[in-house]
Structures are given as structure tokens and as C-alpha cells.
Write a protein that binds this ligand. Structure first.
Ligand SMILES: [Zn+2]
Length: 359
């Protein structure tokens, strides 16, 4: 193999090592995106499209279903852990081994070795996942070329320890403002204290009982919490303004609008002067009852787990494509200096996906 091309005849573990040895910290994915595009263009059964440093390759076999396999090309900054190192136990160490060049290697291997899949396939390789959400390459493709991402079901090969993580919870941040009237603290009865006015909000939060709904067999766990509180003018002034920032993490059976309505209802009798939405990202339904997803669950085995944090599966969900996370590697090792992946897990994941797409 020359340095200037990716060798897709390597097994998925060797290919992971080769990918790790090509640095691609967020914002610097061009070299790797070029190599991925080049390698995919040599495969006659795929059409290849590119938008920025995002590469999409598709089969067009006229199958009844289309499945999307997606992964991001970027990593967090390198921490003196590139090039990769394979130890005597078959564990591969280095930046991006688990998050998520092992998953990208599996995508590339399936692309290269399954020319006649039982479902049409779309492979998505995107940039800037590890940085601000508005830079996310998958989001950019979704905006500019939503048709490239069309499908019946999507698998993001993010590290999930080869368990299926279905859907994800939504997140909403709301500023709850209370008001009062300024006065000198020596004559506090002349004013009214906005910080004290926040007390009912805090009492409500402390007593709040979150739902744990079961959706498609997965149990979610909501949470409504204060994450910040701001108020006060000076040490001798009764404050006239206070803001409690509340973060609502909600199960994917609520829409963003319903989540907001819930927050307003919870605090309806708390004397809140104003509710201001600070941030809102919808969740994603697991979609495990879709036939393609059910076949996937059967092929990969194991039990599906809910995803509590917000992930890119909800970008697919917003396009009407149910999506799950399923990939080699332990998410708890992601972004760590001692990031590593068991090469057996990479091969296992490849083998399970191949079984699903060829059976
Ligand atoms: Zn990742």
C-alpha cells in the first residue's frame, strides 16, 4: 500500500490502524476525506458524491429497502497518541481508535466487500462531529442534499460496545425570569426581591418526578434540572431580576414544542415573568419496529439500550429516517489519552453487519 491510498483489502482492524495513522482532527479532515473518496471511486458498484469534506457513496440496485451506514471522519485533538500501536493482546491504541475510526473501517470494508447487498446501501462519511453542532458535516449534507441521506433505516457506527442504542432524548434549555423592585437593603420593605421570587421555581424543581416512559421496548429517563442561576445587583441592593436556567432532557415521544409546553405547565403557578428558549434539539424515536430495524436487531443480537444524550441519530430522525448507534469500541474510552479498541470487537461488528446485509 502506498501512503497515498487506502487499501480496502486490509481487514477492518488493520484498516482501523491505517485510518488512525492519518490525522483528521476536526477541521482538518481533507486529507482523509480525499483518501476515502478515492478508495470508494474504485468500487464500480457505488456512485460517489462529495460536499465539502463529506463523502456519500450509494448502491442503486433497486432493492425494496435502503439502509444508511454513517460515521464521522474527525477526531478530538491528538494527545501524543498517534500513530496507533497494537499490543500483544490484540488491543489497538491511539486517537480515534474507538471514536470512531474502527466504525469507519467497518463501513469501508462493507462498501468494498458487499457489492450485492440485500438492501440498497448508502455510506456517509462526514466531518466536524466533535465540534459545535452548526459545523457538523452531517447537518450540512442534510441541509444541502437531503436526498443523499434518504433511507428506511440508518446505523451510525459510533462506539456502543457492539450494543444497539436506539433513539435519543431531546434537550431543551429555558431561561425562567423573575422580577422585583430595587430598594436599598437597609429598607428592603420598600422593594421586592426577585431572587426570593425564584424560590417557588426551585421548590418545584426539587420535587419534580421525572417520567420513565417505555418506547419501542426501551426505557427512557427524563430529567428537569436547574443548571444555572443568576441574580443580584450589589451587596446592598434588593435585586429586581433573577434568572433560573432550566435544562429539560426529555424522551423522544415528546416534540420540542410539547417539551416547551410541559415546562411552561410545570412552572405555571410559580410567578415566572418570562420564559425564554435558550436552546432546543429534538430527540429521536428508536424506530425499532420498522422491518429493516427488526431484521437488524435479529442479525446483531443482544438487547437494545436507550440513548440519553443527544446524538446525530436525531439528525436522521428529523429527515424521517429511524436510526440507531451500533459500533465497535467503548464510548467511555472516547476522547481519552488511553483511547483503545479491541480488534476482535471490530471484526465482530463487521461480521454482524455483513450477515445482516447478505442473509
Ligand atoms: Zn464519535
Amino acid at each position: 500500500m502506498s501512503d497515498s491510498e487506502l487499501d480496502l483489502t486490509l481487514d477492518a482492524a488493520e484498516l482501523t490502524a491505517a485510518l488512525v495513522d492519518i490525522p483528521s482532527v476536526s477541521g482538518d479532515e481533507k486529507v482523509l476525506a480525499d483518501l476515502v473518496e478515492q478508495a470508494l471511486r474504485t468500487l464500480p458498484h457505488l456512485t460517489v458524491d462529495r460536499y465539502g469534506n463529506n463523502v456519500v457513496a450509494r448502491t442503486h440496485l433497486g432493492r425494496a429497502e435502503r439502509v444508511v451506514l454513517a460515521g464521522h471522519l474527525d477526531t478530538v485533538p491528538i494527545a501524543d497518541n498517534v500513530p496507533s500501536r497494537l499490543d500483544e493482546n490484540g488491543v489497538l491504541w491511539g486517537c480515534g481508535t474507538t471514536d470512531m475510526k474502527s466504525g469507519v473501517a467497518v463501513q469501508l470494508r462493507i462498501a468494498a466487500t458487499v457489492p450485492e447487498p440485500n438492501r440498497d446501501l448508502t455510506f456517509v462519511f462526514y466531518d466536524q462531529e466533535e465540534v459545535a453542532a452548526d459545523l457538523n458535516g452531517l447537518g450540512k449534507v442534510a441541509e444541502a442534499h437531503p436526498d443523499w441521506l434518504a433511507g428506511d433505516f440508518a446505523v451510525l457506527l459510533e462506539p456502543s460496545d457492539a450494543e444497539v442504542e436506539g433513539g435519543c432524548q431531546g434537550t431543551l434549555r429555558v431561561l425562567l425570569r423573575t422580577t422585583g423592585e430595587r430598594a436599598h437593603s437597609a429598607r428592603s420593605w420598600m422593594g421586592s426581591n426577585a431572587i426570593h421570587a425564584a424560590a417557588p421555581i426551585l421548590a418545584k424543581l426539587a420535587a419534580y418526578e421525572p417520567r420513565r416512559p417505555v418506547i419501542d421496548g426501551l426505557e427512557y429517563h427524563e430529567g428537569l434540572n436547574a443548571v444555572r442561576i443568576e441574580g443580584g445587583v450589589a451587596n446592598n441592593v434588593i435585586p429586581d431580576a433573577c434568572t433560573v436556567t432550566v435544562n429539560f432532557r426529555y424522551a423522544p415521544d415528546r416534540t420540542p414544542a410539547e417539551a416547551m409546553a410541559h415546562v411552561e405547565e410545570v412552572f405555571a403557578d410559580c410567578g415566572v415573568a418570562e420564559f425564554v428558549i435558550d436552546d432546543s434539539s429534538g430527540g429521536a424515536l428508536p424506530g425499532l419496529s420498522h422491518p429493516a430495524a427488526a431484521a437488524f436487531m435479529e442479525a446483531v443480537g443482544g438487547k437494545a439500550m436507550p440513548k440519553f444524550g443527544w446524538t446525530d441519530v436525531s439528525r436522521f430522525s428529523a429527515l424521517g429516517v429511524p436510526a440507531v448507534n451500533y459500533g465497535p469500541g467503548d464510548a467511555l474510552l472516547a476522547h481519552k489519552v488511553d483511547e483503545r479498541v479491541d480488534t476482535k470487537a471490530i471484526l465482530h461488528c463487521e461480521e454482524r453487519l455483513r450477515a445482516w446485509l447478505t442473509s
